[in-house]
Ligand binder design. Structure first.
Ligand code: PLP
Length: 462
């Protein structure tokens, strides 16, 4: 760990943190008696805390972000070089890295042509919602303004995004929400029984539920459908066979814009550049954030087709006919500079291929773990984005209590392995362990992660 900080410096940091920092997503009472965790340094797949303890990070910075791993000097250098040349100018003008990264990104997204820069996943999704609303006003007198979202999906933390949030525990206590967002059922095949779904052709059935909602609401009121390609925090839900084909058909049939939220899956996480590219679907809008620059700078993008873009310039005489939106920090140049280098690394180091290969290996290891531990009811995922759903009983599929799932996470942490789990999001279903190691993971890293989960499950469920 960094030798430049003395023990005294670090104690001061801990006290300053305890006194003044309001951490994300955490109850602070325990910090009155325990030290908050400070992450001091990272290299590759590993981070070190203030006590010098090493952790193997199986969740890429806690929330599936650091795709190319920690300590990348070439990204730091690209950002440094750009910042001393030009750090910022508002996004009504262009920048060199903004232009070059958009060209690179679009080269990986056939059918898409335009990149709108913002600085968080929530904000990118808000922009997409605003575009759908503006198109409704321009084309349909405001009627086709409703946006469908799916049970168990998450699109961000703002009130607008929570209005499109399919995780009721996350939303609890933050209402009332904005009108015009309508929920459709999830597509988790393992839980088909809880939905009263048929066992055959589940994927088509789940997509047909979306059509039912559209017909109930009235197709002339629905303007957009927002879905994660593989649901992340809602339990690592890979779409069932036939689902996306039907979804695409339904969107085309009712003239509904398909907005795919790639905030987690985007830029390599599942072994393709984008999660939707596994399923042969063509979106109208794609949002992305976390892996775009692997957390080396804040950047998010909303990418659209030329059709969507051209709706905002078709009548240049109308002074209101453009996308009347700005993101101050969407004009920061550090983001696209970092993102360009991030993408170069993924290409030059063959990280998509590694993600596919090591992802298969990890999936096999999780299945082997399921053969050993009856509490693992279901294993699923794509690339290096995997989940293991814990149950009390394999027959009934009764979800494991959240407290016990969290004990497994804590046990792994104690062993120096950081894993994740769905938590305080889905009433009754916060029972899925989540894994999203950096795309540089080796078989040896995976073996260490699996061994720690094996030990933790053995201890908790002996
Ligand atoms: C699928 C998905 N969309 C959007 C977001 C929101 O992104 P941000 O936290 O950058 O606002 C998240 C965050 O976890 C996410 O998982």
């Amino acid at each position: 760990m960094d030798g430049t900080l003395t023990k005294n410096d670090l104690s001061h940091v801990v006290e300053a943190d305890r006194a003044h920092v309001w951490h994300h997503l955490i109850q602070h009472k325990p910090f009155e008696t325990n030290d908050p965790r400070i992450i001091v340094e990272g290299k590759g797949m590993r981070v070190w805390d203030q006590k010098g303890k090493e952790h193997l990070d199986a969740v890429s910075g806690g929330v599936w972000t650091v795709n190319v791993g920690y300590g990348r000097e070439s990204i730091a250098k690209a950002v440094y070089d750009q910042l001393i040349k030009l750090n910022y100018f508002a996004g009504s003008a262009g920048s060199i890295p903004g232009a070059l990264f958009s060209e690179k990104l679009i080269s990986k997204m056939p059918g898409m042509t335009r990149v709108y820069y913002t600085n968080s996943g929530s904000e990118a999704n808000e922009k997409a919602f605003k575009m759908i609303r503006q198109i409704a006003h321009k084309r349909y007198g405001g009627t086709k303004h409703k946006i469908l979202y799916r049970d168990r999906d998450y699109h961000g933390t703002t009130i607008g995004c929570l209005s499109a949030g399919g995780q009721d525990e996350r939303n609890a206590q933050y209402g009332p929400f904005t009108p015009g967002f309508v929920r459709v059922p999830h597509c988790l095949e393992y839980r088909a029984g809880d939905q009263g779904a048929p066992t055959e052709n589940y994927g088509e059935w789940a997509a047909d539920q979306i059509e039912q909602v559209i017909l109930r609401e009235g197709p002339d009121t629905v303007g957009g459908l927002c879905l994660e390609p593989v649901t992340a925090g809602g339990g690592v839900i890979t779409p069932p066979q036939g689902y996306w084909d039907r979804v695409q058909e339904i969107c085309r049939k009712y003239d509904i814009l398909l907005h795919i939220d790639e905030v987690v899956c985007g830029v390599g996480r599942t072994g393709t550049w984008f999660g939707y590219q596994h399923y042969g679907v063509q979106p109208d809008m794609v949002t992305m954030a976390k892996g775009v620059a692997s957390g080396y700078a804040a950047i998010a993008c909303l990418v659209t087709t030329e059709d969507v873009f051209s709706m905002f310039k078709d009548n240049a005489d109308d002074p209101m006919n453009y996308f009347r939106d700005i993101s101050t920090f969407g004009g920061c140049t550090a983001g696209p500079a970092a993102a360009l280098e991030n993408m170069r690394i993924i290409e030059d180091e063959g990280l998509l291929e590694n993600t596919t290969e090591i992802g298969h290996y990890m999936l096999d290891q999780l299945h082997a773990l399921a053969d050993k531990h009856a509490v693992i009811g279901n294993v699923r995922g794509k690339g290096l984005f995997l989940g293991a759903e814990l149950v009390e009983d394999r027959e009934t599929r009764k979800p494991m209590a959240e407290k016990r799932v969290q004990k497994v996470v804590a046990d792994c942490m104690q062993q120096g392995i950081i894993i994740g789990a769905t938590n305080r999001s889905l009433p009754g279903y916060n029972n899925t362990l989540c894994f999203s190691p950096a795309l540089i993971a080796t078989k040896d890293d995976i073996d260490q992660i699996i061994a720690s989960v094996d030990e933790a499950l053995g201890r908790e469920f002996a």
